[in-house]
Design a protein around this ligand. Structure first.
Ligand code: MN
Length: 294
């Protein structure tokens, strides 16, 4: 029994299950692992997708992601190695490099391309899709480039490097804050034997993705290339112990609890809205000539 006068103990989340995702390709033949697949969209609301790519054979990335549309959500790209150029029909253009991020709010819709700006070498990174609340899905698109130097980071006494892309960690505010979904996105690098504790809002869905080494979360070993869904048991933190030198993403957000209907590059609340997105796309509503004339 809890003693009402004592300080409440920190309640750490455990691992509900591990997910390895599926090997697939997207765009013009880019090989990637779709770690967060559509069947997890409800469980990990407000997150819709996580792709991880790590290719050193140019044949596996050189085609990139030529012109394609989006509507109804946000895309967050985080690069570890390599360079990718972004262009979109709102007139934005940017070069995403190692350690940098790009935060694109597709909102009512745009057409963009994401193309490698290298012909050899490693291309490694992630793309996370974050839903928008129904009320904001048709707001005007927006876009932000966040170069590596603009991502706040700190190092703990144990030598753990924490890069705060979104949200907040140990008093360090991230590069991006978003209303409604309140996303947390950390890139954490742990030396072997070190540990790191991150506060989590007890009402948020949360997961980790290990992309180097193996970590322990509670009693569960989470190996390289595994997404760990964290239990929703009211826990207010997650503790990560590094069995080896390890790197992982820690991701959390406020669920929207709204209907999710995805078809391809469009994520809306109803099938009728999806039909509308396709007919608007075909009618040229997402084209530069249309958007930039508004
Ligand atoms: Mn895209």
């Amino acid at each position: 029994m809890n003693d009402a006068t004592s300080k409440p103990a920190q309640h750490e989340r455990t691992v509900e299950r591990l997910v390895q995702g599926i090997q697939t390709s997207d765009g013009a033949g880019v090989r990637l692992t779709r770690v967060l697949t559509q069947n997890l969209q409800r469980r990990l609301d407000p997150f819709l997708m996580l792709d991880a790519f790590r290719n050193d054979n140019p044949d596996d990335y050189i085609g990139g992601f030529p012109d394609h549309p989006h509507r109804g959500f946000e895309t967050v790209t985080y690069m570890l190695a390599g360079r990718m150029r972004h262009r979109d029909s709102t007139g934005h253009e940017g070069l995403l490099g190692p350690g940098g991020a790009q935060w694109m709010t597709a909102g009512s819709g745009l057409i963009h391309s994401e193309l490698p700006e290298q012909e050899q070498g490693l291309m490694e990174g992630f793309q996370l899709w974050l839903n928008l609340p129904a009320a904001n899905k048709m707001l005007a698109p927006s876009y932000r480039d966040i170069p590596s130097a603009a991502i706040p980071e700190f190092t703990t006494g144990e030598g753990v490097l924490v890069r705060v892309i979104a949200g907040e960690s140990h008093g360090t505010a991230g590069a991006v804050q978003r209303p409604h979904t309140e996303p947390l996105l950390l890139d954490v690098h742990l030396p072997q034997g070190s540990q790191f504790v991150q506060a989590l809002n007890p009402g948020h869905n949360a997961f980790t993705y290990t992309y180097r080494g193996t970590v322990d979360i509670g009693d569960t070993a989470v190996p390289d290339h595994n997404l760990a869904i964290l239990s929703n048991d009211g826990g207010d933190s997650v503790r990560v112990l590094a069995r080896s030198d390890a790197r992982l993403l820690i991701v959390a957000g406020q669920p929207l609890n709204e209907p999710i209907v995805q078809r391809g590059p469009f994520v809306m609340n109803t099938a009728q809205q999806i039909e509308q997105a396709f007919s608007d796309y075909q009618a040229g509503v997402f084209d530069a000539a249309h958007i930039q004339a508004l």
